[in-house]
Design a protein around this ligand. Sequence first.
Ligand code: SF4
Length: 213
Amino acid sequence: MTYTVKEIFYTLQGEGFFSGRAAVFCRFTGCNLWSGHEYHRDSAVCQFCDTDFLGTDGEGGGKFKSAKSLADQIDKIWSQETNNQDSRFVVCTGGEPLLQLDNSLITELHRRHFFVAVETNGTQDAPSDVDWLTVSPKAGAQLILERGNELKLVHPQNGVNPEAYEDLDFDNFYLQPMDGPELESNTKHVIEFCRRNPIWKVSLQTHKFLDIP
Ligand code: SF4
């Protein structure tokens, strides 16, 4: 299988459970909820995306003809930054990573001692060998993945009530303020909601205000 990847880079995870932890981010090209083109934004299922997941022209991006070659690239980027071998961490994101991520790639990453996390919109089945599954439901998209390690809901979204997810089988529930012109009021609303509903924790996009690429 050929994997199409927008970019691969070393950073700190900015959001959710592993916020602050060093990671290689592997951003897969493409998403099933938006074409990625501005001229399709109004007709997209997911309308608030702020990620460029088109093409392969990002740092470390490209087409990888095998799971081994992509895992080698991820390994190389980790090893360029640190000698640490015990906390190897890769976040597979997108776009929608589950359009491409499969058990072959996870096996190759495990051979290189990576802990494999996935950030998905929850509309696709996930390979069984994923180590950490973060599901971020989107309004208007059918949720297939109803269990995982972390449910991270961007809030508010039209017609979405966070309480509707509370019976799903997740270990952690995060509410993250929607970025944009309403960020300040969205953040206040999220704080107030989490105070009233302690099952939920606040997730902030720390990489944005700490200016971590
Ligand atoms: S599901 Fe994620 S990657 Fe796809 S358009 Fe929405 S925010 Fe962007």
